[in-house]
Design a protein around this ligand. Structure first.
Ligand SMILES: Nc1nc2c(ncn2[C@@H]2O[C@H](COP(=O)(O)OP(=O)(O)OP(=O)(O)O)[C@@H](O)[C@H]2O)c(=O)[nH]1
Ligand SMILES: [Mg+2]
Length: 1138
């Protein structure tokens, strides 16, 4: 029976001090949903017998089948502690890495979290990840060490061993918190230092850095988990028990006559009980004594388990009576000892009491939100709180107050949109009839009866009663009607049914949200603010007092909408609400056309959008989908749109090739998305391509010394020569390549000459570029606004400092003769102006650089200026798709060493300048439309599919404006277009002049396996090109932890294979980690006799890189150089030789 009614919940919602918003976080399978079941059963929503078996919050079928949670879902619980009543809004989250974005959506709405740790597995990768997420969101964690029964039943530890094991786990988890805390304090301290430095500016010359200052005087005790602080519960969710040490402290203080406060301090730790003196003494181990925790707590639990497992009836009875419990006859006679255990334990140490009272004591109510958290939520990107408009800053106090007064501004954050069946909506649910309705129906029935009588007397019916049209009436009273009417009635109900079904088919999206301030009401009008909304901009246009009901001018990223329905989230059910006050988690209906995935809602236009959610997973697995029947395309497109809205992490895109692509976080996520798409959103059959695996292209340094021996050295030289010859074969005539890889090319009209060289970037630099891509993008924006002489972007000091620091780091890593002045010469980053490749200018008389925003570069004027955008565009195109298989480049530096424009070209540039035609918009167009407009026919142009015709037809028109100043130029199209194409080609040839390599995306994975299956795990890993980084044994268990890296390309089916080969004992989780160069050369061909014998003529058996490259080329429909069985008999010889 459900204990608390909706009315009760509504009452509790109004008292913010009694609300706790929490989520349960853990590594996969550590028992979150089982724990949630136990908590739910305390409210009578599910029976306590089913708690742990039902997994009530896993409402999807695939969640139940697979046994893992895939989405976060919320439920509101009522809890009474002493004379206080609490409302607990509980959110269960998934633990699998693929769904870590769901964790982000949950964490944002909460004030605290329960971290669950499996007592056997201890701290796992996702445990660390969720701790970090909780930390980033500034929410308070409490700890539940779960599955303690496994220590007794599976590992068969003694209580003493178990104590040491638990202590160890606690240390591990505190170590993780410790690192988070230390790094934050150090960061803050560094920040303060730079601030004070910039204020005083007089820094003493010889400062001594003491890295520990700042750490000592910060109180961090509340951050750590420790049983005596009351933020740790020991539990076994499956057996229904759990306790904090205060439970035992209270119990034993009466029994042995020691103050509870003393016991609370000593029950956990190295203390023992001196029974004679009735005193607690320190130092258990040195004296060979049992610690208090073992003696008073664990021993009891162990003996209970022992008695039940051995079916020692007498002992069980003794324990049960001494504890004063009552066990039903059914449980005590049950064949499964677990049932009996559950019955005893859940009465003795009910887990829900232990966990919920810890939550109420330790987790702050919404009223206690910290100023730090508020500021973090309100400041997006590089903006600081001080730079927000004053009206916006005032809202901080509304946040802090969390007030539900009428005057308080409403602020709501929507963290995700989730789909529900129309049937599940409260307004569509069958409900008991009211008295009036019953009377009304009775009346109708009577009338119908009278009509029937009349009909049987042969009287004609003149007209139908008007009420017949209503579906419920016609449905329920079919049997009492005349035949003719029955038919019409059926038709009616058929049409209305069809209509209803259509309505059912429509997806209803509910916003998963929290009210941070004010009261939201059904039917209220409110502003919807997108992530890019800027209050400063809109406050220019609107007054801060305006409301969503007014008629307002259009402001970017802001719309108005009406809150149609408000819901109380109750797991699988929803309950209608009229209004929801501040501090609560709720569902909002009617936003699906206004909010895509997340948004901020407010009644005040001064409200800033909340900071975007921190997503830990990078979507990396992409597949192309298409309907089995081409005519189903519109449904598929619609379905993909819905899927995009329903999942916080999936990306849905249409590639230039016209393919519809899904990008997901991993295999399990992909499977779920496809299931959803097929069965729910599109409802059509679809075919799915093999996963499209991303690669990167790069170059390496040519080998200088051969390390093996001279003999092979000679051969290799031959090979190198052979290769360079081959490479040069690829380069058409008319292009000069010197021995050092410098490529010199002319534009088709011979007006300009470009010399480009490609050099591999040091690894650290590539990493630095990758890490700072956001910063690079900001720099780009700043530079553009500076160039346009717009001063709207005031440059934040903090951003400038970060840019300076970035520059210094680059300088530090780019040292040596080759890189002299390189950092100052950086012209652009690419692809998309923020990627991990660099363009340098290394010719005289040119000064433009990306550091313009730092204000130390002179504005460049000169003959190059008009066309430098073309060079940059050419570079962007070249880095976007490389020559090997048209994948983006990574870690390559292109240096332009010569750029000459001949006189005619100059003239051309001047004439264009004079006619003022080279305005920004046209330039943009050129960049976009003319990449393939070169008239050179040679070269493997990536963009052949791009509209070449268009540029050809376009160009004569444009060029005719120049009144034939240069007849030569005319036939080759606009000069800027030629430059783009030439630059792009030159970059490609420069790449080809160097040894090229593919880079593969790598996953890291951590696999736990017992010694018996270790060998098989290794076998699977090595078959899939995995590399073991580390192997260690988990203390106190026989489990090994293996850390390995694995190419994404080889990862499909990996988890399944490992699970099968180890009979389900090991199950890895894959997380994207980095890009790695594949050492083999995709273009390598055997040159010596021995190599021929060993590798065969094609040499493709061993060459991983070539395999990948050809697979990608095939997929993209590019030319693949392959020999299809040429000499059958030779192949046979080969296989025998091998
Ligand atoms: N022995 C034992 N098993 C438990 C306990 N709690 C949960 N389990 C089992 O652990 C498995 C996983 O439990 P779930 O509650 O689904 O774990 P979860 O953390 O919700 O998993 P995800 O949501 O997929 O991350 C189930 O088979 C449970 O029966 C426990 O206290 N003791
Ligand atoms: Mg779960």
């Amino acid at each position: 029976m459900v204990l608390a009614s909706v009315g009760k919940m509504v009452g509790l919602q109004k008292k913010a001090s009694g609300i706790r918003n929490i989520c349960i976080l853990a590594h996969v399978d550590h028992g979150k949903t089982t724990l949630a079941d136990c908590l739910i059963s305390s409210n009578g929503i599910i029976s306590s017998r089913l708690a742990g078996k039902l997994r009530y919050l896993d409402s999807r079928e695939d969640e139940q089948v697979r046994g893992i949670t895939m989405k976060s879902s919320a439920i509101s619980l009522h809890f009474v502690k002493g004379d206080q009543e609490y409302l607990i809004n509980l959110i269960d989250s998934p633990g699998h890495v693929d769904f870590s974005s769901e964790v982000s959506t949950a964490v944002r709405l909460c004030d605290g979290c329960i971290i669950v740790v499996d007592a056997v597995e201890g701290v796992c990768p996702q445990t660390q990840a969720v701790l970090r997420q909780a930390w980033l969101e500034n929410i308070r964690p409490v700890l539940v060490i779960n599955k303690i029964d496994r220590l007794i039943v599976e590992l068969k530890l003694t209580p003493q061993e178990a104590y040491l094991h638990l202590k160890n786990i606690l240390e591990q988890i505190n170590a993780v918190t410790g690192t988070l805390f230390t790094s934050k304090v150090l960061e803050e301290r560094a920040e303060k230092e730079t601030e004070s430095e910039s204020v005083s500016d007089a820094s003493p010359g010889d400062q001594i850095y003491d890295w520990s200052t700042g750490l000592e005087d910060t109180d961090d005790s509340h951050l750590y988990f420790s049983p005596e602080h009351g933020n740790v519960v020991f539990a076994s969710a499956i057996d229904g028990w759990g306790f904090g040490i205060e439970h035992f402290a209270k119990l034993y203080s009466q029994k042995i006559g020691i103050k509870p406060a003393v016991l609370l301090k000593t029950l956990w730790g190295d203390y023992y009980l001196n029974t004679k003196a009735k005193k607690i003494m320190k130092g258990d181990q040195s004296k060979g004594k049992k610690p208090l925790f073992v003696q008073l707590v664990l021993d009891n639990i162990w003996s209970l388990y022992e008695a039940v497992m051995k079916r020692d009836k007498e002992k069980i009875e003794k324990i049960v009576t001494s504890l004063g419990l009552r066990i039903g006859a059914r449980e005590s006679r049950h064949a499964d000892p677990k049932v009996q255990l559950n019955a005893i334990c859940s009465q003795w140490l009910p887990i829900s009491d232990a966990v919920l009272s810890m939550v109420c004591n330790k987790i702050p109510s919404p009223l206690d939100i910290t100023a730090e958290r508020v500021e973090k939520l309100m400041c997006v990107g590089a903006r600081t709180f001080d730079s927000l408009p004053p009206e916006t800053r005032e809202l901080k106090s509304a946040f802090m107050k969390c007030s539900s007064e009428e005057t308080a501004p409403v602020i709501v954050f929507v963290s995700k949109m989730f789909p529900v069946d129309a049937k599940a909506l409260p307004q569509n649910k069958p409900r008991p009839l009211t008295q009036e309705e019953i009377a009304h129906r009775r009346e109708l029935a009577k009338r119908r009866h009278a009509e029937k009588l009349a009909a049987s007397q042969g009287k004609e019916l003149s007209e139908k009663p008007p009420s017949e049209n209503s579906p419920e009436v016609s449905g329920s009273a079919g049997d009492t009607k005349g035949e003719e009417q029955q038919l019409t009635g059926q038709e009616d109900s058929m049409t209305s049914k069809a209509g209803k079904q259509e309505a059912d088919n429509k997806e209803h999206f509910i916003a998963f949200a929290r009210v941070f301030s004010g009261v939201v009401k059904r039917g209220q009008k409110i502003f919807v603010l997108g992530a890019k909304y800027d209050p400063a901009e809109s406050l220019h246009k609107l007054s801060s007092q305006c409301s969503a009901t007014d008629d307002l001018p259009a402001v970017p990223h802001m719309t108005c909408c009406t809150l149609e329905n408000l819901y109380l989230l109750m797991g699988r059910e929803l309950e209608d609400l009229e209004e929801v006050p501040a501090g609560n988690v709720l569902g909002i209906g009617g936003l699906q056309d206004f909010v895509l995935k997340s948004a901020t809602l407010s009644t005040s236009p001064a409200c800033p959008p909340f900071t975007p959610l921190n997503f830990e997973a990078t979507p990396i697995v992409r597949v192309a989908v298409e309907p089995k029947h081409p005519s189903d395309m519109p449904q598929l497109v619609r379905g993909m749109k819905l899927l995009n809205q329903a999942d916080p992490c999936v990306q849905v895109l249409i590639q230039e090739t016209g393919e519809h692509v899904l990008v997901t976080a991993g295999e399990v996520h992909l499977q779920r998305c496809l299931d959803d798409l097929k069965e729910r959103f599109a409802k059509v059959q679809i075919s799915v391509s093999a996963p499209i695996i991303p690669f990167r292209e790069t170059i390496t340094r040519p080998p200088k010394v051969d390390m093996v021996n001279e003999e092979i050295g000679k051969q290799q030289k031959v090979a190198v020569i052979h290769q360079t010859k081959e490479d040069q074969n690829k380069i058409p005539e008319g292009i000069q390549v010197d021995s050092d890889g410098l490529v010199t090319m002319n534009t088709p009209n011979k007006q300009a000459t470009l010399s480009v060289r490609a050099i591999p970037l040091p690894e650290e630099v590539t990493r630095l570029l990758e890490e700072n891509s956001d910063l690079i993008r900001t720099m780009e924006q700043l530079n553009t606004s500076l160039n346009e002489d717009k001063k709207t972007h005031e440059i934040n000091q903090k951003t400038l400092d970060r840019i300076k620091e970035f520059k210094q780091k680059l300088e530090k890593n780019l040292q040596g003769r080759k890189w002299r002045n390189a950092v100052d010469q950086i012209w652009s980053f690419g692809p998309r102006k923020c990627g991990p490749n660099i363009l340098l200018h290394n010719f005289g008389g040119y000064k433009r650089s990306v550091w313009q925003c730092l204000g130390n570069s002179v504005k460049e004027v000169g003959k190059y200026r008009d066309f430098d955008n073309s060079i940059v565009s050419g570079f962007q195109l070249a880095t976007l798709s490389g020559p090997m298989c048209e994948e983006p480049l990574m870690g390559v530096c292109f240096t332009v060493e010569k750029w000459e424009i001949s006189k005619a070209g100059d003239m051309l540039s001047n004439s264009r300048q004079d006619s003022g035609e080279l305005d920004a918009t046209e330039h943009q167009q050129n960049e976009d439309n003319t990449p393939a407009s070169s008239c050179t026919d040679e070269g493997p142009s990536a963009n052949e599919h791009q509209d070449r015709n268009q540029s050809v037809t376009d160009s004569p028109e444009k060029m005719s404006k120049h009144k034939g100043e240069s007849v030569l130029a005319d036939c080759y199209g606009p000069f800027s277009g030629q430059l783009i194409a030439t630059m792009k080609e030159a970059c490609r040839y420069a790449l080809q002049a160097k040894p090229q390599r593919l880079m593969a995306a790598m996953y890291t994975c951590e696999i736990m396996a017992t010694a018996e299956v270790l060998g098989r795990v290794y076998a699977v890993l090595s078959k899939r090109e995995g590399r073991v980084l580390q192997e260690e044994m988990k203390e106190g268990t026989d489990v090994f932890i293996i850390k390995a890296v694995l190419p994404v390309a080889e990862s499909f089916g990996f988890a399944d294979e490992i699970r099968k080969r180890t009979s389900g004992l090991a199950s890895p989780q894959l997380v994207f980690s980095h890009w790695e160069i594949i050492s083999s050369d995709p273009f390598w061909v055997p040159t010596t006799e021995e190599e021929y014998l060993h590798f065969g003529e094609k040499a493709d058996s061993e060459n991983q890189a070539r395999k990948y490259m050809n697979a990608v080329r095939k997929r993209k429909g590019l030319y693949v150089e392959e020999k299809i069985v040429e000499h059958a008999e030779k192949q046979r010889t080969l296989s025998r030789n091998k």
